[in-house]
Design a protein around this ligand. Structure first.
Ligand code: 5GP
Length: 193
C-alpha cells in the first residue's frame, strides 16, 4: 500500500478530537477525506452506517481479521472491535485525497509506524481527566459503566502523548481548532513537519 498523506488525530474519548476532525474536513484547501472505520459496537443516536462507521457483527469483524483486511484493528473495549480497512484508505487515496483518521492511540501509533514518512500523528490533550468525565456525562450517549470504562482507559492513553508528532491542548476549543488547521496545512504543504 502506498499513496497520499495520512493525518491521524488520536486522544482519549471526550477530548474533542471528533470536533476537531469535523472542522478540518470543512476546509477544502486541505483536501481531506475521512477514513470510515469498521466497528462491532452498537450504533449510537443518529449515527449512519458507512458514514460514521461500517457497523458489523463481532463475527463479521473477526472474518475481516482472518482475511487480513485491516491496516490496524483493536479491541478498544471488550467485544467492541474497531479497525481501519485497507480498502477504505486505498479508495480515498485513489480519489487523490489526504486521509484523516479519528482513531484510538494504539491504532494511531500503529499506522504511524507503518507509514512513518507520510503520516502526521496528532494527540489531542484534554485539560484533565475530571474534565473528560464532565464532557462524557454531558454527551450522555452512554451508561455510567461505559463512561467509567472510557475514563479508566484515558489515564493510560494520556501517557502515550510523547510518542506522537504533535500534541494539541484542547483547553480552549477555538484555539485548538486554529492550531489544528495550521498544523495540517503546514504538513500538507511541506511534505513533512
Ligand atoms: P467511539 O465508540 O466513541 O466512536 O470510539 C471509541 C474509540 O475507538 C475512540 O477513541 C475512537 O477514536 C476509536 N476508534 C475509532 N475507529 C477506530 C479504528 O479504526 N481503529 C482504532 N484502533 N480505534 C478506533
Amino acid at each position: 500500500m502506498k499513496g497520499g498523506k495520512l493525518i491521524i488525530f488520536s486522544a482519549p474519548s471526550g477530548s474533542g478530537k471528533t470536533t476537531i476532525v469535523r472542522h478540518l474536513l470543512k476546509k477544502p484547501e486541505l483536501n481531506l477525506a475521512f477514513s470510515v472505520s469498521a466497528t462491532s459496537r452498537p450504533r449510537r443516536g443518529k449515527e449512519k452506517n458507512k458514514e460514521h462507521y461500517y457497523f458489523m457483527s463481532v463475527s463479521e469483524f473477526k472474518n475481516h481479521i482472518k482475511n487480513d483486511d485491516f491496516l490496524e484493528w483493536e479491541e478498544v473495549y471488550r467485544d467492541n472491535f474497531y479497525g481501519t480497512l485497507k480498502s477504505e484508505v486505498e479508495r480515498l487515496w485513489a480519489e487523490g485525497k489526504n486521509v484523516i483518521f479519528d482513531i484510538d492511540v494504539v491504532g494511531g501509533l500503529r499506522i504511524k509506524k507503518k507509514f512513518p514518512d507520510q503520516t502526521l500523528a496528532v494527540f489531542v490533550k484534554p485539560p484533565s481527566v475530571d474534565e473528560l468525565k464532565i464532557r462524557l456525562k454531558k454527551r450522555s450517549t452512554e451508561s455510567e459503566d461505559k463512561i467509567n470504562m472510557r475514563i479508566a482507559k484515558a489515564s493510560v492513553e494520556l501517557a502515550t502523548a510523547p510518542q506522537f508528532d504533535k500534541v494539541i491542548k484542547n483547553y480552549d476549543l477555538d484555539v485548538a481548532l486554529k492550531e489544528s488547521v495550521d498544523l495540517v496545512a503546514s504538513f500538507i504543504s511541506n511534505d513533512k513537519e
